[in-house]
Write a protein that binds this ligand. Structure first.
Ligand code: GTP
Ligand code: MG
Length: 325
């Protein structure tokens, strides 16, 4: 499923209902007093966090969100009903920017509600203007406009672990093997154009497009996608055995993610050597001996996997579940 992770919309809170001019009609009384009620308040606009990373797709064809307007007042001092508040559901991890005020709101929790725009107050009916000196006021006021603005919505997926690596490292194949994601896999670079998510026994894993040297300067698909793994607990750095110089591949990708955000350095990283079926077991052992000597990898967990080797997939699953607890 394609993931829509940003959109721009216009939101408008409800206008307040107008106040009205009405008079009491009482039997046997020529002049009843003023009885025009106030208008109701317009509906507010809220955003609300829900656990559904694919939610923005639901709004694909919606560009305007409008809360209900307040009703006008009525006779017999009747106040108009308030407009219903509008709750726009957005995935947890949404960052919403008011383009006029530049205010930024973040939805971090399920069920969290944030007020973005206030509905306009209702106008006043003529009853409100009654006084000892004015028994028959004709005044009334109109309801006020509610707030409105353009908003930019961006979703930072909250996955627990994210696959990083060069194009073709086997990231999407792994996501498919470990979850039911069923995303596109291809024998060429940049098969993945948008981040994918999968659910592995209740843990969300993210597969992002491949990174190449210069990605942080916009090469390839750039690094925009890295923001999706900004909040993950763990990076799973995938390097295919097809690469002769595994260490330099590692360094290339690390350079790119660290120049994107130096905080990436602090994330736990595990090394995953992929496509282990491309070697015989003896060759693999030889290469691992060398790999384990890589200086930057001291103290790191190093695993090997092949999507064609169920045993290696099971080991990886167990390892990740234990780590992510
Ligand atoms: N032999 C072997 N081939 C694999 C394995 N995993 C993936 N491949 C192949 O490697 C190629 C790339 O796989 P993808 O999963 O699309 O790689 P990716 O890292 O997601 O690539 P990008 O989306 O371009 O970044 C495909 O032809 C896969 O069939 C594996 O364990 N063993
Ligand atoms: Mg891919």
């Amino acid at each position: 499923m394609a993931l829509i992770d940003e959109m721009q919309v216009h939101m408008r809170a409800g206008r307040g209902g107008n106040g009205v001019v009405r008079w009491l009609h009482e039997k046997f009384k020529e002049f009843g007093g003023p009885s025009g009620g106030n208008g109701g308040r317009g509906g507010h606009v809220y955003i609300k966090g829900v656990r559904d990373a694919f939610l923005l797709a639901r709004y694909k064809n919606i560009k305007d969100f409008n809360a209900e307007v307040g009703q006008a007042g009525g006779g017999n001092s009747k106040h108009g009903a308030n407009g219903e508040d509008l709750f726009i559901e957005l995935p947890i991890g949404s960052v919403v920017t008011n383009k006029s005020t530049k205010e930024v709101y973040r939805l971090d929790e399920e069920g969290q509600e944030i007020l973005l725009l206030k509905g306009g107050n209702g106008g006043l009916g003529n009853e409100h203007f009654k006084s000892s000196t004015n028994q028959t006021p004709e005044e009334w006021t109109a309801g006020k406009n509610g707030g409105e603005a353009d908003f930019f919505i961006e979703v930072e997926l909250i996955a627990e672990a994210g696959f990083i690596g060069l194009p073709n490292a086997g990231k999407s194949s792994l996501l498919n093997a470990l979850t039911k994601a069923n995303v596109r896999v291809g024998a060429y670079q940049f098969t993945t154009l948008e981040p994918n998510l999968g659910d592995m026994y209740g843990h969300v894993l993210a597969d992002i497009p491949g990174l190449i040297e210069g990605a942080s300067a916009g090469k390839g698909l750039g690094h925009k996608f890295l923001r999706h793994i900004k909040r993950t607990k763990m990076l799973i750095h995938c390097i295919s055995l097809e690469n002769e110089d595994i260490e330099s591949v590692y360094k290339t990708v690390r350079n790119e993610i660290e120049s994107f955000d130096p905080l990436m350095k602090e994330k736990e990283e595990i090394i995953l050597i992929t496509k282990s079926d491309l070697c015989t077991p003896t060759e693999l052992e030889e290469r691992l001996k060398k790999i384990k000597k890589i200086k930057d990898w001291k103290g790191k967990d190093i695993l090997t996997v092949s999507v064609y080797d169920l045993d290696s997939l099971k080991k990886l699953t167990d390892f990740l579940i234990k780590k992510l607890k």
